[in-house]
Design a protein around this ligand. Structure first.
Ligand SMILES: [Fe+2]
Length: 436
């Protein structure tokens, strides 16, 4: 399965099919990839037969039928967008994927930490909630390819027919000799970096119907003086909201997180990039990393704001490190400022300067920007209904065999008339957090 994971990328100017070592079939003819365009796909009513593998060997896969994205248009949307993170390969992962498959997605957004192959051998296949605590003398140096292959076989029935778009998490770093990192991730997935004007496979964008997706890299330079920020700024500037009204972004570690685990870990990234995303009216931000579910109210700079994005954490796919249960606002659960250090990048921890948490690193109650949180494995489904309404549902694993009963469900409503870029330009002061 190593090179079968498929991604369809729709870009307004030039749309192509990206499938690593997969070949589209039309009748009995094999069509060379460079000549295979989205226009041809559309002529086939968005369904395409593919086969994968090394065509020089008798090693090609069975033929699969693959459903492609709708063309960018404000009245055309993917039927159901599944969002998962921190999946791994456990019994919980299996339940998540079974449940997700029953929900019949037409696009899967995978927000990082895919296989946990980077700690499989050291932990004896059992995993530990805190790797550095359990193995202080064993820095993570694994890149165990049979585990990657096993995960690929596990995912094949789903991703051979549904496009899955991925972004890297910290478990994809897999540091090796000579400074090599992210080798498995970069080798096993075809990413539309070049097609979206990015010079790095760690961040890219794509369109699917009336949704423009931006996938950001948290483990590469995200500073406002860097290449990723410059690319992001240009990508945002080019988005035509009359064609793709919805703007959805995703990266692995959440900016807003009230669990003890990874609390304020990527505060530096938030301080660098939040203003830009807010200015362009990002509608939804998906992240993983924290192994629990949390949905935020619309927020900007830790202040409730009707024009801020809705942040949703779904790092609860079912991995080997277990679910996170502690909230930073519970007695004795506020982490020390040295507890949550990112693998790459610095820390910018802050104490709140006003409001109920004034002067403190942690709140003494669930923060008002945190709308709903629950420690269960699961996945989410986003159904974009039109340019104004989308229905978000979080499906817990324990509800897999019940009638449809989402653990959390809301309508997300766009209000472009009151939240256009011209009315949303506000300046972040790093020293005036949570001011009313
Ligand atoms: Fe992670």
């Amino acid at each position: 399965m190593a090179k079968k994971v498929a991604s369809i990328v729709a870009k307004r100017e030039e749309m192509q099919l990206f499938i690593a070592n997969c070949t589209p079939l039309r009748g009995s003819s094999i069509i060379p990839l460079p000549s295979f365009t989205m226009s041809e796909l559309m002529a086939w009513n968005q369904r395409q037969n593919i086969t994968c593998g090394d065509s020089s060997l008798p090693a090609m896969s069975e033929e699969h039928v693959f459903e492609t994205f709708p063309l960018p248009a404000q009245n055309s949307y993917p039927r159901r967008i599944a969002v998962i993170g921190d999946l791994g390969l456990t019994r919980n992962s299996s339940t998540t994927i079974d449940h997700l498959s029953k929900n019949d997605p037409s696009l899967i957004l995978m927000v990082g930490d895919l296989t946990y192959a980077n700690q499989y051998l050291t932990t004896g296949g059992k995993g530990v909630p805190c790797f550095s605590c359990a193995f202080p003398d064993a820095p993570i140096r694994e890149t165990y390819q049979p585990r990657w292959d096993g995960w690929g076989r596990f995912m094949e029935p789903l991703v051979s027919r549904v496009p899955m778009m991925v972004i890297e998490g910290n478990h994809e770093i897999e540091p090796q000799a000579a400074g090599i990192t992210f080798k498995s991730y970069l080798t096993r997935f075809a990413l539309p970096a070049k097609e979206s004007g990015s010079s790095s496979n760690f961040y890219y964008s794509f369109d699917a119907g009336g949704v423009h997706f931006i996938m950001l890299g948290a483990y590469v330079d995200y500073n406002s003086t860097g290449a990723q920020y410059a690319w992001l700024k240009e990508d945002l500037r080019k988005v035509d909201r009359t064609v793709t009204p919805w703007l959805v972004t995703a990266w692995h570690p959440p900016w807003y997180n009230s669990y003890s685990s990874h609390y304020q870990e990527f505060e530096c990234m938030r301080q660098e990039m939040e203003q830009l995303l807010y200015h362009y009216g990002v509608d939804i931000v998906f992240s993983g990393h924290v192994h629990a579910y949390e949905r935020m109210n619309r927020v900007y700079n830790y202040t409730l704001d009707a024009c801020g994005p809705i942040y949703i954490t779904v790092g609860d796919g079912g991995n080997i490190e277990k679910v996170d249960v502690d909230h930073a606002d519970e007695p004795g659960k506020c982490p020390s400022q040295g507890d949550n250090m990112p693998e790459i990048g610095g820390v910018c921890h802050l104490n709140f300067s006003s409001g109920p948490a004034k002067g403190n690193f942690c709140w003494d109650r669930q923060p008002e920007w945190s709308a709903y949180r629950e420690s269960s494995f699961g996945h989410g489904i986003l159904e974009v209904l039109n340019s104004t309404y989308a229905l978000w549902s979080w499906h817990r694993n324990q509800d897999t065999y019940k009638e449809d009963s989402p653990g959390d469900q809301i309508y997300i409503v766009r209000q472009p008339d009151i939240c256009s870029p011209s009315t949303s330009l506000k300046v972040i002061s790093h020293f005036n957090i949570y001011s009313h």
